[in-house]
Design a protein around this ligand. Structure first.
Ligand code: ZN
Length: 519
């Protein structure tokens, strides 16, 4: 699934460095972000941080989808202009993502001029190259303002949208601009089946293939006389449909249509939720094909965070708030919990009991305990200075460390984030057992200096490896461990390869404060 280095920008300093352009879905400007939003941003952030660790030139983009009709209603209710409303919401979302340690390089908002320019340019490009793909037709149907989408068939239950049972479907008849989506069915089937356009995980790929096999209808891509949005090129009565508008953000953030956009495009990975695969795996690639632009390499559709078995976004008012979840044990603990326990593939339940249990067992008692005892023993037996290893790296712990590095890289390359997180805690657990088995206190008492040096050097090396591997999951705590190790290492420059031999002999380590304090 890696982008590969061969196709990079020939003008780049080192052509072997692969670029990795990763995006998340952009969020509607209504309501505060919840744990479902957080899982997606944190997961994408962990992948972006891992790719930097692996040496890729990463571009990580997040943002806001601001042209929804619900913005106009919410703004009116609040007595402010739509722009003032979306400005306020963008600040709220951005503050959460900063608090959760998201390391995005760009923050795109669909009300920005650079985005309107890209939307206009993409539509004009399709109009010029395939005029038959955009046409006027009249449409009559039931519109859900929650989904911003016309609904039909199984999407309607008891007269309501299946996703929004409390909203009223609006009967709508309009003359709209249409996109000839039906023309792209066969090519999309072939591109997805061959893996040229990867839809992951497999369960989502199969869903998308079944959808394509059942046939595609042309879709309306504009709304009439709706002032909030981007005017349709060549038809100012029409406003670009909010989904068509929003999908183009991935291209706007590359600088499209300016020539330099191809330095980033195509995207290497779009991270989205499983509920919007039709837009990202069918409509978006068809739009790109119509414009003769390259398709993203991969779409990864994660599952939902649930609260007592229900999707988090549907349980507003009763479910846990993101603010409470961050406050419980801090942002790093929430990041770790969501990626380890919920994971990035299937749905999973959030519960306070499980969050507390993971915090105590994995973080405090395993990882935190190891860091604390390893560095404390270096102080107790060697005055805080890491000894040279006379054992020439030939211990069971050393072998476990190398295996953990390999298992972690395999998992992270496959976006199996729960397995990557598990590899970290497994190595910390191994190191804790190594302490019990080698009993450094007995070696000290017996004056077995060389054996004690080997144990201490191995433990410190393992702590450094854990700091490196933990960075994508626990960025704040990883930085704190590096500080305790006295490396002064600029964390951004760390590479996976450095962890094979972290080279800490002779450094003075800190007396460790508890990394994961217990209430
Ligand atoms: Zn709906």
């Amino acid at each position: 699934m890696r982008g590969g280095g061969a196709g990079g920008d020939p003008a780049a300093k080192d052509p072997r460095v692969a670029k990795f352009y990763i995006t998340t879905a952009i969020d509607y400007s209504n309501g505060d972000p919840h744990l479902g939003h957080a899982l997606e941003k944190i997961g994408a952030d962990a992948i972006a941080r891992y790719r930097r660790l692996a040496g890729d030139e990463v571009r990580f983009v997040m943002g806001m989808d601001e042209h929804s009709q619900s913005v106009v209603q919410a703004a009116a209710k609040a007595g402010v202009s739509p722009q003032a409303w979306v400005d306020r919401m963008a600040q709220t979302f951005a503050a959460y993502w900063t608090r959760l340690g998201c390391s995005h390089d760009d923050w795109i908002r669909t009300t920005e001029p650079r985005h309107a320019r890209a939307v206009t340019a993409l539509l004009e490009r399709i109009q010029q190259r395939r005029p038959e793909d955009l046409f006027l037709a009249s449409y009559e149907g039931l519109y859900c303002t929650g989904c911003e989408e016309f609904k039909q068939g199984a999407q309607i239950v008891d007269g309501h949208c299946i996703e929004h049972p409390t909203l009223t479907l609006v009967p709508t008849k309009e003359e709209n601009q249409f996109f000839r989506l039906s023309a792209y069915r066969d090519r999309l089937l072939e591109l997805i089946r061959s893996g040229t356009f990867a839809v992951e995980p497999e369960i989502r790929r199969n869903e998308v293939l079944r959808l394509l096999e059942s046939g595609l209808q042309d879709i309306s891509v504009s709304r009439v006389r709706q002032p909030w949005g981007i005017p349709f090129p060549g038809d100012p009565q029409q406003t670009v449909y909010v989904w068509f508008d929003a999908l183009i953000n991935y291209l706007s953030a590359t600088g499209f249509p300016d020539a330099g956009f191809a330095r980033l495009w195509p995207a290497d990975l779009h991270v989205i939720g499983k509920g919007i695969t039709r837009f990202h795996c069918v409509i978006w690639p068809a739009m790109l094909l119509a414009a003769d632009l390259a398709l993203p390499r991969c779409v990864w559709a994660h599952g939902y965070v649930q609260w007592e078995g229900a999707k988090m976004s549907k349980t507003a008012g009763t479910a846990v708030t993101l603010a409470d979840a961050v406050t419980r044990h801090g942002p790093d603990a929430l990041r770790y919990f969501l990626l380890r326990e919920i994971g990035f593939e299937n749905d999973g339940d959030f519960s306070w009991d499980r969050l507390d249990a993971r915090y105590t067992a994995d973080l405090a008692d395993t990882l935190g305990n190891l860091v604390s005892r390893a560095l404390s023993m270096v102080h107790r037996y060697r005055g805080g200075v890491v000894p040279r290893d006379p054992g020439h790296y030939a211990t069971p712990l050393e072998a476990a460390g190398r295996e953990a590095l390999a298992a972690y890289a395999r998992a992270m390359d496959a976006y199996a984030l729960a397995d990557g997180a598990a590899a970290i805690i497994a190595l910390a657990g191994h190191a804790n057992r190594y302490v019990e088995e080698t009993a450094p206190w007995k070696l000290a008492k017996a004056g077995a200096d060389a054996a004690l040096d080997t144990v201490l050097a191995n433990l410190v090396r393992t702590v450094a490896r854990l700091a490196g591997l933990a960075g994508p999951f626990l960025p704040e705590k990883a930085a704190a461990i590096w500080d305790m190790l006295g490396t002064g290492r600029p964390h951004g420059d760390l590479r996976l390869g450095d962890l094979a031999a972290p080279g800490l002999e002779g450094r003075t380590v800190a007396k460790p404060p508890p990394l994961f304090p217990k209430g």
